[in-house]
Write a protein of this length. Structure first.
Length: 741
């Protein structure tokens, strides 16, 4: 529900004229009007008050005797909002941008158009304010950012273009926050506008303005006259009906301009071609904005507004990306006032723990927020510096802190730092950015109370029971036997358990090969280690369940069963469990069981062949990598590939530039971040499957009770001893009955 649209029964039409006798009975300055639904009300043209009942107006003074909760708004077009409206708008905008980021991260290109419209709609609602000179420059910057976002969204078909959409959306958010801060400073509140009524009035006056076109013989004269005055006619029409101060900026901003333009063209198509050239020039002028490093008075670049990063603190590659830099230089790039590099920001926040601590990062951010102006500036230049640079830098710092709290905070290691951040928010940020401080305070409190690391702003699941497939239950849930379980249901329950572990993996676990460090440091990569352990247990269980059967036919039946489970996991996009089962088939204990494999039918072998080809390590898992890029969620990717890639990056690239202990190798972190993002891309979409506790308990029991690898291999040798070539031939002849002939 929009905060800025009035109820439908408050949609007002133009004034309804009374007879002369009736008008004489009305108190001074009062007229009667009618809503579009045909309901009468009374409106004071001087005080802008309105009421449904004539009896509530003092006949002598013309004042409204009692305020009514059910009274019409004080203006038929405008409705004042609650006092905390800017905070509400800020939250709405933040949520819209976050939704767009989530769609981009999951590569849901079909959702991008809708998400971009959500961001633009939030900006439109911000525009519903009275005209004010203090907002003009920021208003132009905001509109330019919206124009750029709209243009980029139209071409968002390629992966690199999607990242540009996210970057442009963040620029819109930054410009909008600056706009809202200025509006709060000058104490301007948005108003609600009933656009249906505005359009009704415009339609009436547009018809009047274009009526002369219908007259024959004076078309040229009429066109010449209308070109110079039709805008004044519209302005006068609105001024006669409502308080014009609320509308001028709205029309300029082209809020709901599409509807107005369509109405205009329906009536005055012949005027359109005459005004095309002039309109295009005006549109171009409205999109022209001053760059952030220009002096608004002279139009020349100001040295004190340029970036202050030294070449020895930040090194760029030929494509403009960051190659290496000091921590100070990287933080300056992170909070650069005149440029937003969304890819750099994500990479930095994903990987910063590999080259600095959280305390070191925030010390740099705190200094950046409280940066001092360069020496030697005049008072006017200091004001320009504050307006054009300091405010934007502070907004960048705010957005970095907000993103960190929402997505990158690690409860185990960062909880002790939250009070420090809270103190800085209350004592410093609150003095210059009230609504920003409020948001950070709420996020900090959520983090302090939260027991789960990772994202606070996760997608809320709206799951209905009917969306889930009905579980396939065995006859006796209390005494479950493996082969009595439907392979489909076993695959589902194993998928639920596997996804639970995969979903908990955090970026910090992927840094510095933390998953391979000693057990004393297990907490660093606890979730990756847990998923590795779970996969190894699945492999051991599959192996054990096959070797438990002494008869070769029973072993073949269990082997065939697990091939079916692996295929069901593949169809569920659970490639991690699928690979764990496949590993059991390929290990020494099962792979050598020639007599058992000979009894597997062609259909099962064909399914296994397809799985082997998909999950095969040929050409660095090329076929699997191609497939995983196209798969639709939900999905559990094979963890081993990502750990392999992260190991190659870690071992093949130095942490610092050669010959320097200060220049951090950020190109290495960029590669690492790409792998982490690939690993995380399916964590947000959960499986719509029903947990069956009895089956999951059955699975856990067998995972924890399987025998070790050496014991299983010895059992395999006992069941099917090694055979020489002639022994195999003799056995097969005997089994076929030919040896007795």
């Amino acid at each position: 529900m929009s905060y800025f649209l009035p109820p439908e029964d408050n949609s007002y039409s133009i004034e309804h004229r009374l007879s002369d006798d009736d008008e004489d009975k009305l108190p001074p300055d009062w007229v009667r009007k009618i809503t579009t639904e045909g309901r009468y009300y009374y409106y004071n043209t001087r005080t802008k008050e309105a009421t449904w009942e004539l009896e509530l107006i003092d006949p002598d003074t013309g004042l409204l005797m009692n305020s009514q909760p059910d009274s019409p708004p004080s203006s038929p077009f405008f409705h004042r909002q609650e006092s905390n409206v800017w905070s509400t708008l800020s939250i709405m905008l933040s949520q819209s941008v976050q939704t767009l980021k989530e769609s981009a991260r999951l590569e849901k290109r079909d959702n991008l158009s809708q998400d971009v419209n959500g961001v633009i709609e939030c900006v439109r609602q911000m525009m519903n304010i009275p005209d004010h000179r203090a907002l003009w420059d920021l208003h132009q910057i905001l509109l330019a950012a919206v124009d750029q976002l709209t243009l980029t969204a139209k071409t968002a078909s390629l992966r690199e273009t999607v990242s540009k959409v996210v970057s442009d959306a963040e620029e819109v958010e930054l410009a909008a926050r600056q706009f809202m801060m200025r509006a709060e400073e000058v104490e301007i509140q948005p108003v609600a506008i009933d656009w249906r009524s505005v359009l009704n009035v415009l339609m009436i006056y547009l018809k009047e303005a274009c009526a002369p076109l219908l007259e024959e013989g004076n078309l040229d004269e009429t066109l010449a006259r209308l070109r110079s005055r039709h805008i004044r006619v519209l302005s006068q029409a609105i001024r006669d009906t409502v308080d014009v101060g609320h509308l001028l900026m709205r029309l300029q901003n082209a809020v709901h301009a599409t509807e107005i333009e369509e109405a205009y063209h329906q009536i005055a198509q012949t005027v359109h071609e005459q005004g095309t050239h002039e309109s295009s020039e005006q549109a171009e002028d409205s999109r022209t904005t001053r760059t952030l490093d220009e002096d608004p008075r002279t139009g020349e670049a100001s040295w004190f507004l340029s970036a202050e990063v030294c070449s020895n603190e930040l090194v760029l590659n030929t494509e403009g990306g960051v190659k290496c830099g000091t921590l100070h230089g990287l933080v300056q790039r992170l909070t650069k006032h005149d440029q937003l590099d969304a890819k750099f920001n994500v990479t930095f926040l994903l990987t910063y723990r590999s080259f600095c601590t959280t305390e070191e990062l925030f010390n740099e951010l705190f200094k950046r927020y409280q940066m001092a102006p360069p020496e030697g500036l005049t008072n006017d230049e200091i004001e320009t510096w504050k307006e054009k640079k300091l405010k934007l830098v502070r907004l960048r710092v705010f957005n970095v802190i907000k993103s960190w709290l929402e997505t990158y905070c690690n409860e185990e290691g960062d909880r002790t730092f939250l009070p420090v951040l809270s103190q800085f928010t209350d004592q410093v940020i609150a003095n210059s950015m009230t609504f920003g401080a409020d948001q950070l305070t709420k996020l900090i409190k959520k983090r302090m109370l939260s027991e789960d690391s990772g994202q606070i702003r996760k997608m809320k699941l709206n799951i209905r029971t009917e969306d889930m497939p009905e579980p396939i239950l065995p006859k006796n849930l209390k005494r479950i036997q493996l082969l009595e379980l439907d392979p489909q249901e076993l695959a589902r329950q194993m998928t639920i358990m596997d996804f639970r572990l995969y979903n908990r993996i955090k970026p910090v676990e992927c840094l510095d090969k933390n998953w391979g460090k000693p057990d004393c440091e297990m907490h660093i990569a606890a979730n990756i280690k847990a998923l590795i352990e779970h996969s190894n247990q699945v492999t051991a269980w599959v192996t054990d369940s096959i070797l438990t059967r002494e008869e070769v036919k029973k072993r073949a039946a269990v082997l065939k069963y697990w091939i079916c489970v692996a295929e069901k996991c593949r169809l569920l996009n659970n490639y991690n469990t699928c690979m764990a089962i496949l590993s059991a088939f390929d290990n020494g204990s099962i792979g050598r069981l020639k007599r058992t494999w000979e009894l597997i039918n062609a259909r099962s072998l064909q399914s296994l062949h397809l799985i082997r080809r998909l999950m095969g390590a040929q050409r660095n898992f090329n076929e699997y990598r191609e497939m995983i890029r196209r798969v639709n969620p939900p999905c559990i990717p094979f963890l081993g590939i990502y750990l392999q890639d992260l190991t190659f990056i870690e071992d093949g690239n130095a942490n610092f530039l050669k010959g320097s202990s200060q220049l951090i190798n950020f190109a290495k972190r960029t590669k690492t971040a790409e792998v982490i993002l690939d690993l995380q891309q399916y964590q947000s979409t959960h499986y719509l499957l029903t947990v069956v506790p009895d089956i999951q308990e059955f699975i856990k029991t067998h995972l924890q009770s399987s025998r070790d690898e050496e014991e299983l291999y010895n059992l395999s040798l006992k069941l099917e001893p090694r055979e020489r070539g002639e022994d195999t031939i003799a056995r097969r002849l005997k089994e076929s009955g030919l040896l007795n002939l």
